[in-house]
Design a protein. Structure first.
Length: 337
């Protein structure tokens, strides 16, 4: 099922035929917090700005995130639209491997008071809510960041965790690291100690905490990193995205020589990725061949056979969901700004 909104205010879920199976009744949340799963499409219909939700609100493990506007909290529904985990979380993520990250408290004035943990599909906290940042559990690993305050400064420590919350190893000791989720034994992080003057950026590490290094044994840093299936590494350099295949000997093998101005989320489980080539979005396979030529104003990755996409037609923008043939199965027209 995919998310669809008719009025930009509430959303429901459609099937692959474009039919609503859960009617639009859930309120959209427009929080600016980066952890919230929301993006803004710069579109308008008369004077109304339309917003579109990304995959974090989609179903996984028969659960989908929803926002309770009265309680100002997040909870989860099942595939019938019934609430199965009560809205008690300030921030939460989509489930993956029957687990999700849930934020219990947020404090922008004292980072020590920000607490998040990992819950299972019943809402039981399985990794204690004592972390400043946490990745979702993936491949039985998660990564988390502690924060402590000494005098007027904060100290950070990032670690790799087992599915039971046990600390396995540390990540780049002595550096401030915010981490992503694992993909078949690999994850990415950003070293943020020197963001302003001497920023190093994103890097790749494995489940033992070892980093992907250059020929001199130093960690490789890039402007952005996306890891797919533990093999495909997308990296951003000089404002363009490139990708390579990581072989068993941890050497990068370049398959596709093209560069991209943007990517949706790397390759999905079927080996298809939405990419922006020059000025338009298309879809490529793991050999770098286009399976759908670049013609879309925007596009997201395929999920359960559907991909969010927009196609310009003069002053109008057709926005909705396409199938793997590139055909719209659900759409509406808006005037492009």
């Amino acid at each position: 099922m995919a998310i669809a909104s008719l009025d930009g205010l509430t959303y429901g879920f459609i099937n692959q035929k474009g039919e609503f199976v859960i009617q639009p009744k859930f309120k959209l949340n427009f929080s600016p917090l980066s952890l919230y799963p929301l993006k803004v499409l710069k579109l308008n219909d008369s004077t109304k700005e339309l917003r579109s939700l990304i995959s974090e609100y989609s179903f996984a493990d028969n659960r989908a995130l929803y926002y309770d506007i009265e309680k100002n909290r997040f909870g989860y529904i099942n595939t019938k639209g019934d609430v199965v985990i009560q809205p008690t979380y300030l921030v939460a993520t989509r489930f993956k491997q029957n687990h999700s990250v849930a934020v219990i408290s947020l404090d922008t004035t004292n980072w020590e008071n920000t607490r998040m943990g990992i819950i299972d599909i019943n809402g039981t906290m399985v990794v204690p809510d004592k972390y400043y940042r946490l990745s979702r559990l993936s491949d039985n690993y998660a990564s988390g960041t502690f924060v402590t305050k000494k005098d007027s400064s904060y100290q950070f420590s990032s670690v790799i965790l087992s599915s039971q919350g046990r600390v396995i190893s540390s990540i780049l000791p002595g550096m401030i690291v915010l981490t992503g989720e694992f993909s078949k034994g690999y994850s990415s992080g950003i070293e943020t100690l020197s963001q302003s003057l001497n920023r190093k950026g994103y890097f790749v590490y494995d489940s033992t905490g070892k980093t992907l290094n250059d020929s001199n044994g130093n960690p490789l840093f890039w402007e952005d990193i996306v890891i797919d299936n533990g093999r495909f590494i997308w990296y951003k350099q000089s404002d363009y995205y490139h990708w390579f295949v990581l072989d068993n000997d941890k050497r990068g093998r370049v398959v596709d020589s093209k560069v991209y101005t943007a990517i949706a989320a790397g390759f999905n489980k079927d080996g298809i990725a939405a990419v922006k080539f020059r000025d338009q979005y298309g879809f490529i396979d793991t050999l770098g061949n286009f399976v759908l030529e670049p013609k879309y104003a925007y596009a997201g990755n395929f999920n359960h056979g559907l991909a969010e996409a927009g196609l310009r037609n003069g002053s109008l923008l057709i926005r909705g969901y396409i199938n793997k043939k590139g055909e719209f199965v659900w759409s509406r027209e808006v005037r492009d700004r």
